[in-house]
Design a protein around this ligand. Structure first.
Ligand code: UDP
Length: 486
């Protein structure tokens, strides 16, 4: 049987890589004529990314894992500091430097194809939101290029309309002395077709509010190139984001395929290098009553320092709910991910005696196998940074979220969940920094936690309904499965 090979490449980050690899599995399982090659950019400073790839690679070679193979691209030198002035600039240039290697790999695949009658045909290249420079490679080699978008359709709509939004920011905003662009008229709101409600500027990604900065230019550049793709596969589903999906499924845009939720339900419990140490964390909820525990976790890049940790601790103590709280240390530089605090350091940063006082009701830990924790019946609510994978995982298990967005598009995700979909309660929609300069007080946390665990029945009910809808979407007759078929 002649096979069709798709080549996939993404930003070396957990939130992008995991759903891309799961998508490759979905595609190759769905139609056995497909096989997939995932190209990996090696980043030694991100051991967790490497551990994940290693484990998936081992699985692929030991279990004929559905026709997927991983190819490690040769490493490149990091961009020199005079070439970039933002994290996104660094990342985008780092990715771009891999272009010759990507071209080389795909050329070899095409060469093998033409040398032998039985070999696979290279059918297309999938890139992610920040790998748009690879469109050039696809164009040069004459293969179709598709975007795999691991964030919501609402944000995809924002990116597709970014040139218009840029014009509005240029005309109606002025630069403040903190580099942020602020509206000339404080009542200005942004009308973005993928949102039913006008957006307050405070929920735009920080980078998008700094119009003269390097990160902004990179956002615009990536967004413009989405239009060059042959189609966009989005990790969302029709029943979750009908409004946003409809707004971008229009003439003049690449066709959009919502195929989610695409989740790795085995999660880090299966591949994390410290999974043995995680066993005690995974067992801890076993002794807690159903829906009694609030779970706090802020993604693969979220971290806090002392003052904010203290406010959270005071908030938790005041409400008295049982809690499982993942705390991470800020990263050392742009390329590193947050690290683990030592036990001693955690003790020093939290209010004196906090760990002893809460020993029976709470657990403070570092990296957690999040999806496994969310699946536990003891978890009653999730304080989340609203990274899209976390949102989809939480909905899959019917756990309501209290929003505390930190970076990237998370403020917009939080806005969508709270204001448009009524699937979450608010702690904050517009938290900016994540490093303590925008302190969320213990009172705000207390208020949000009470609504999350005791208060908002409508949200709880809607989340339970969405749990069912998310599962139906991926079943045989479900909307996402049909979209995958297309
Ligand atoms: N995650 C985890 N344990 C942690 C933090 C994160 O397992 O302590 C997982 C989480 O389940 C999700 C991914 O890492 O699958 C984070 O992706 P998301 O899109 O939510 O946020 P990002 O890390 O990209 O900001």
């Amino acid at each position: 049987m002649k096979k069709f090979r798709v080549v996939l490449i993404c930003t070396p980050e957990m939130g992008n890589l995991v759903p891309l690899v799961e998508f490759a599995h979905l595609l190759t399982n769905r139609d056995r004529r497909f096989c997939a090659t995932v190209l990996i950019m090696t980043v030694p400073e991100r051991p967790i990314v490497n551990a994940y790839v290693k484990s998936r690679d081992a699985l692929a070679t030991t279990t004929d894992a559905h026709n997927i193979n991983f190819v490690y691209l040769p490493s490149v030198d990091p961009p020199s500091p005079d070439q970039y002035k933002s994290t996104l600039g660094y990342l985008s240039l780092f990715i771009e430097k891999h272009k010759p290697h990507v071209k080389n790999e795909i050329t070899n695949l095409i060469q093998t194809e033409s040398d032998s009658e039985d070999s696979d045909r290279v059918a297309g290249l999938f890139i992610d939101m920040f790998c748009t420079s690879m469109t050039d490679v696809a164009n040069q080699l004459g293969i179709p290029c598709y975007l795999y978008f691991a964030s919501p359709a609402s944000f995809l709509g924002f990116m597709l309309h970014f040139p218009n939004i840029d014009a509005q920011i240029a005309n109606e905003f002025v630069e403040s002395n903190t580099d942020f662009f602020v509206p000339k008229d404080s009542t200005t709101e942004l009308v973005i077709p993928s949102f039913a409600n006008p957006l307050p500027p405070s929920v735009l990604p920080s980078t998008v509010l700094k119009r003269k900065r390097d990160g902004y230019v990179w956002y615009l550049r990536h967004a413009a190139r989405y239009m060059e793709t042959e189609g966009i596969v989005v990790n969302t589903f029709q029943e979750l984001e009908p409004y946003a999906i409809e707004s971008i499924s229009v003439n003049g845009m690449p066709p959009v395929y919502p195929i989610g939720p695409v989740l790795d339900l085995n999660g880090p419990a299966q591949w994390h290098p410290d999974r043995v140490h995680h066993e005690s964390i995974m067992k801890w909820p076993d002794d807690q009553p159903p829906s009694s525990v609030v779970f706090l976790c802020f993604g693969s890049m979220g971290s806090f320092v002392g003052p904010q940790l203290r406010e959270i601790a005071i908030g938790l103590q005041r409400v008295g709910f049982r809690f499982l709280w993942s705390i991470r240390e800020p990263s050392k530089s742009k390329i590193y991910l947050p690290g683990e605090y030592t036990n001693l350091k955690v003790k020093e940063m939290l209010p004196e005696g906090f760990l002893n006082r809460t020993a029976g009701v709470g657990l403070v830990c570092g990296w957690v196998p999040q999806v496994t924790i969310l699946s536990h019946q003891a978890i009653g609510g999730f304080v989340s940074h609203c990274g899209w994978n976390s949102v989809l995982e939480s909905l899959w298990y019917g756990v309501p979220i209290a929003t505390w967005p930190l970076y990237a598009e998370q403020q917009m995700n939080a806005f969508e969940l709270v204001k448009e979909l009524r699937l979450a309660v608010e702690i904050r929609l517009d938290y900016r920094d994540g490093r303590g300069s925008d302190l969320v007080s213990a009172e705000e946390i207390e208020w949000g936690l009470r609504r999350l665990m005791d208060g908002d029945d409508e949200v709880r009910k809607k989340v339970k309904e969405m749990r069912e809808k998310s599962r139906t979407a991926v079943m045989e007759e479900g909307s996402s499965n049909k979209s995958l078929g297309s």
